[in-house]
Design a protein around this ligand. Structure first.
Ligand SMILES: [Zn+2]
Length: 430
């Protein structure tokens, strides 16, 4: 799946240095640290897309062009759905008094990927950004964005200039060349390879990087190595998951879910089974509303209670208007069969691939919650690369049953990150 993500990010021009301003990142202080992992990923994406450009041509010939775009767009939507990428970028740009048109377009593009092609305000902002942008310089971005919008079902005219795709990687490289690079490694690479053309030495280096761009739960790409490619995973001081144990500090607010039934959209993203949620389901945390974006599963539970994991955990991922993320964790203990999970497992793809949306199947996430909403709370991070921090966790004390058979039916034997150091943090309870 990483390949399609890399290509779409890149063809959207968002992988270009110009859009993320990574050549100026030292000017942003701590905000820049938060996006360091992201920029590394995008750099990988840029390289990877160069390598796989040829492969893409072949696969696009095999499928009608629009169908191929729809598949790419689905894969990308899954990755952007939790809003972490958008949050990182917004944090980085927050200090800019006036964003360049390139950055505005990049930001609008990421918003579109995060919010989907159905949000009128997002589309309007994106079209406005396109209007403001110099056509010649930004042709790649506009073409790819038009195709992505078209693929998401919007009535968008794809300009005739967009029919032939120029090598996308070149656009990214050139944008980077146009700015002063503070990273000596970048400067060297650019000097030796100003147009992004391949030579043998460069190619070998790419293969090495290419392999490292993936991550896994064991072996050479396991959690203890994530920090190499995703710095926050290694250096972050507020990482998740945690071993939850006392002493706890008391808080007085409540967490009140208000989830609604909606059409089931489920995917196997290669790391977990994830259910994408249509807008309308919310949770109120201390009275503040957060939208439910998606939920997914880990086996065993990532969180430990007094040193012990549960059989599994469901992470409900929410985001509020300011882009803050909140995860509600529901621990699953071995016991009776869980009817909600029975429905999900009957549609969950066993192999990695695009989202599936079975016809006329509705699902209500409320079915997976316990009655009691007492929780443990702490500040943490995404538990998968890039391990972005400032994610609020609420782990429910009441566990929900799942049968032994249902546990073994989950297609991942082990997809839990080990518990992380507490450092200066406190764990709260209501
Ligand atoms: Zn999770």
């Amino acid at each position: 799946m990483f390949k399609t993500i890399a290509i779409v990010i890149l063809t959207l021009g968002l992988g270009g240095a110009g859009y993320f301003g990574w050549t100026q990142k030292s000017a942003y202080g701590t905000a820049a640290k938060e996006v360091a992992a992201l920029t590394t990923q995008l750099e990988e994406a840029e390289k990877k897309a160069e390598e796989t450009a040829e492969e893409l041509v072949t696969s696009e010939e095999a499928l009608p062009p629009l169908e191929a775009k729809v598949k790419e767009f689905d894969a990308v939507k899954g990755v952007f759905a939790n809003g972490a990428v958008l949050k990182d970028l917004e944090a980085l740009y927050a200090k800019d008094k006036k964003l360049s048109t390139e950055k505005q377009l990049g930001l609008a593009g990421i918003r579109m990927l995060t919010n989907g092609g159905k949000d009128p305000a997002t589309i309007e902002a994106f079209l406005k950004a396109i209007e403001m942008t110099d056509w010649k310089g930004q042709q790649q971005v506009i073409c790819a964005a038009q195709k992505a919008l078209a693929a998401s079902g919007e009535k968008v005219k794809v300009m005739s200039e967009c029919k032939e795709e120029a090598p996308a990687a070149k656009g990214g490289k050139d944008a980077k060349d146009g700015k002063e690079s503070k990273d000596p490694k970048d400067a060297k690479a650019d000097k030796a390879d100003p147009k992004g053309k391949k030579d043998d030495g460069h190619g070998a280096k790419k293969d090495e990087k290419h392999a490292a761009a993936h991550w896994d739960y064991e072996g050479e790409m396991g959690p203890e190595h994530w920090g190499k490619e995703f710095p926050t995973c290694g250096k972050g001081k507020s990482q998740s998951p945690l071993n939850i144990k006392g002493p706890f500090e008391k808080v007085r607010f409540n967490v009140v879910p208000d989830y609604k039934p909606g059409p089931l959209k489920i995917l196997n993203n290669g790391h977990t089974i994830q259910v994408n949620v249509t807008p309308g389901s919310k949770i109120r945390i201390d009275g503040k509303a957060f939208d439910l974006l998606q939920f997914h599963f880990h086996r065993p539970s990532e969180e430990h209670i007094n040193g012990k994991p549960s059989a599994m955990v469901i992470h409900f991922v929410h985001k509020n208007e300011s882009g803050e993320l909140a995860v509600l964790g529901v621990l699953l203990q071995e016991g009776n069969e869980n009817p909600g999970i029975k429905t999900l497992w009957s549609y969950a793809p066993t192999k990695e691939g695009a989202e599936v949306a079975p016809e006329n199947v509705a699902f209500n996430p409320t079915n997976l919650l316990p009655r009691e909403m007492e929780f443990f709370h702490y500040d943490g991070s995404l538990t998968t690369p890039p391990c972005t921090e400032k994610v609020k966790f609420y782990i429910l004390k009441t566990q929900v049953n799942i049968s032994k058979e249902q546990i073994t039916q989950f297609p991942f034997k082990m997809n839990a990150r080990p518990v992380q150091p507490l450092n200066e943090r406190k764990i709260f309870t209501n």
